[in-house]
Design a protein around this ligand. Sequence first.
Ligand code: FAD
Length: 408
Amino acid sequence: MAASTRKRYLLIGNGASGTYAAETIRKTDTEGEITLLTNEPYPLYNRVALPPFLRDEAKREKVFLRTPEQHAQKGIKLLVDTPITVLNTEARVATGADGQEFPYDRLLIATGGRPNPLPAPGATPDVQGIYNFQYWDDATAIRERINTARHAVVVGGSYIAYELAEAYRHHGLAVTWLIRGPRFLRRVLDEDGGALVDDIARAVGVDIIYGGEVAEVHSREGQVCGVTTTTGQHLSCDTIGVGLGVKMNVDFLEGTPITVRNGIVTNEYLETNVPDVFAAGDVAEFFDVSIGLHNQMGTWNNSVSHGRISGANMLGERKFYNDVPMYSTGLFDSRIRVMGLTPENVPDLESWEHLDAPNRNYQRLFFKDGRLVGGCLIGDVRMQTRIIQMIQTRQVIPEPDRENLLAA
Ligand SMILES: Cc1cc2nc3c(=O)[nH]c(=O)nc-3n(C[C@H](O)[C@H](O)[C@H](O)COP(=O)(O)OP(=O)(O)OC[C@H]3O[C@@H](n4cnc5c(N)ncnc54)[C@H](O)[C@@H]3O)c2cc1C
């Protein structure tokens, strides 16, 4: 009897990357066995829609993007509550926490990151009211707490902390925002940009303390009731929102020959150094052809593209990522767009900035080797399409013309 040519595709992680990869594979390989695993209890939902959910601007139906039935109709086997704890790339088998084995011919690791907990004395798991903000379960718990909370402390200097501050303010809570650095997005914005965000936040009633962290969390009868900061202030609060970055979910790769640095290292085709093992999305430290360097991102559109590309390459195609990622969100009653590369990904980029303080508009452009590679806009974001087009053309812009692109 001829050996079966039916391929077994295993995808660990059912976020945007894993799910889009599975669907891309199915479009071409109608026979293959596709198994999509997650340690969460849900099919794909949109993390970008979690902040609107907190503000009551998106209902559950808008947040969830797939149902188990849709996966079943496509012949994609979705296994929820299935954490993978061991990988053996020689035997080509992944093993779940319950010992179940998943053999594969092609493997995608699309496990993203998990949020760092608040590293302060007193912030123990038995104290109620302290939240990270990454999962659907976090969102529902935070939303419920908002119903009874009056004063929130938010910790962190990046997008997740902002989203929490915004949600709490939206519901009328008093908000104190602790930013360890000198400003919000300290590498993306310069001092002027940071001052503008400070202005925008204070105008809606958010109090910000820079250069401070939580030194200790205080609780009463198992409920959080305040924090002491490293700057010596005591703040009463009944909830704490934590946005202190993520740790990549790569623990199960220990002992495998897969190269891991900040993320799982891949080439431009999202292949790891181990044959038939791919990585995609937030967890992938991929070779970015647009800069000729390895790069790692944390945006939804990047994860969707990575999913489609890795799916295609698992089928034997040779596609690579060449999009311009964009992080697009509100900024209290303003808005922010961060496109392409910034000093978050590549240090030492040349930058030009322009602040229009009366109109609360800010622009910052990043160049590498004379080419526009990234930008940040606050307020008036109409320039975003032009910036993206210019990044894509990869044209060298003579030095005298670089500053002229601002406010043009
Ligand atoms: C609140 C919030 C707001 C955001 N807002 C924006 C925005 O406005 N714009 C933007 O561009 N991006 C935004 N992002 C970022 C964006 O959502 C992510 O970049 C994207 O969802 C990452 O997708 P992914 O597929 O790489 O990983 P993930 O979505 O993280 O999916 C990975 C999945 O794998 C699971 N997993 C991990 N380890 C294992 C294991 N060992 N076994 C089985 N399963 C495992 C995880 O639990 C998870 O379900 C936001 C993120 C959050 C949390």
